[in-house]
Design a protein around this ligand. Structure first.
Ligand code: NAD
Ligand code: UDP
Length: 337
């Protein structure tokens, strides 16, 4: 199988590529990204063909690669809440416009598309557990620009779904719920809001800064270890007996439900056991901050985000394996050892 991974140099793409090269020797990967910093260790591997390109500017490179693949994973996107509020047009132009072009081209060429939707599409939905086929997608007013990411992804989900009906596009939508692990974000950037929460807290500790709980930190997330996410993706790519055809899957770990406040205390405690961070972790304070001060006025939060994974269990025979303590240990070993 020829797999095209666009955005292969990112967190998910690099971990997925690594695992495919390890476990699926018969698969060929064509990888496109503007950066190869996280995949330098893969560049000389057999069956891994890296093309450095900007998918907004170099569309002919993307179109050529699409012609030669069986399945495409268009992973390139901006997935950082600070950018949603500070530069929403950049989010729209990459996450929506550039990916819309790829999806339409794939439909024209009759290629299978495995698209990264997001748990953000459920927004402020108040269901106990978000369900792919029944939960509402709830976003806030237009002035709350945080929702541009959620809306961009939701609109692409709807376009892909519609192309499935009109043109018989073969697709799978997967919705990651706070995937965490090695290569998530760069923890050398100490600025608040520069990365997702786990790596933000690791970065704060490493730079001798306090951990900030946005609006008190009562918000709940379900953290999912990257190897569990990648396992689900490999099953989706394999698509045994068409189990993933025209399906939507939440890929999250409902057993790792945790408030951001509890997360901060856990990380501070664990960081004391690494020689690099022991002193900083002991000194780091956990303090509250207003979201408008931290992110700006156009931020709005999701209070509780928990997936139903019944569909992935049933159709993919997938269930997450890595618990919260192990997830943090493996991630912190990567960043701090
Ligand atoms: P990431 O930011 O780590 O990776 C994105 C990659 O896209 C980067 O390597 C970047 O260099 C590349 N890229 C950006 N602009 C590009 C351009 N113009 N041309 C070529 N490449 C470009 O993100 P990730 O965490 O790996 O997420 C991958 C996908 O999964 C995204 O679509 C994201 O929205 C989605 N997602 C991720 C999570 C999560 O928990 N990590 C949650 C929900 C959805
Ligand atoms: N958050 C926080 N302190 C930080 C960074 C993030 O309290 O330094 C909160 C953020 O407001 C959100 C949660 O942690 O409620 C998760 O944020 P993340 O950026 O990882 O992404 P999200 O799950 O919101 O997509």
């Amino acid at each position: 199988m020829n797999i095209l991974i666009i955005g292969a140099g990112g967190f998910i793409g690099s971990n997925l590529s690594e695992e495919i090269l390890e476990r699926k020797k018969e698969w060929n990967i064509t990888a496109i990204d503007i950066s190869d910093a996280k995949i330098s260790h893969l560049l000389n591997k057999d069956k891994f063909n890296f093309i450095k390109a900007d998918i907004i500017k170099e569309t002919e490179i993307v179109d050529d690669a699409l012609k030669n693949c069986d399945v495409v994973l268009p992973l390139a996107a901006i997935a950082s809440p600070l950018t949603y509020v500070q530069d929403p047009m950049r989010v729209f132009e990459l996450d929506f416009e550039a990916n819309l072009r790829i999806v339409k081209q794939a439909a024209k060429l009759k290629k299978r598309v495995i698209f990264p939707s997001t748990s953000e599409v459920y927004g402020m939905c108040s269901d106990e557990a978000f369900d792919e086929y029944n939960s509402n997608c709830v976003t806030g007013p237009i002035c709350k620009q945080r929702w541009i990411y959620s809306c961009s992804k939701q609109m692409l989900d709807r376009v892909i779904f519609a192309l499935g009906i009109r043109d018989n596009l073969q697709y799978t939508l997967f919705r990651p719920f706070n995937w965490i692990g090695p290569r998530l974000d760069d923890i050398n950037n100490p600025n608040n809001g520069s990365s997702r929460v786990v790596t933000q807290f690791l970065s704060n500790i490493l730079h001798g800064k306090n951990l900030k709980l946005v609006d008190g930190g009562a918000q709940i997330r379900c953290f999912t270890y990257i190897s569990d996410g990648v396992d689900a993706l490999i099953k989706i790519i394999e698509n045994k007996n068409g189990c993933a055809n025209q399906e939507i899957f939440n890929v999250g770990n409902p057993y790792n439900e945790l408030s951001i406040k509890d997360l901060a205390y856990k990380i501070k405690e664990l960081a004391k056991s690494y020689s690099r961070t022991k002193t900083f972790a002991e000194a780091a304070k956990i303090e509250e901050i207003n979201s408008s001060e931290y992110y700006g006025k156009s931020y709005q939060d999701v209070n509780r985000r928990v997936p139903s994974i019944a569909n992935a269990k049933e159709k993919l025979d997938w269930i997450p394996q890595v618990n919260m303590d192990e997830l943090l240990k493996r991630t912190m070993d990567f960043y701090f050892k």
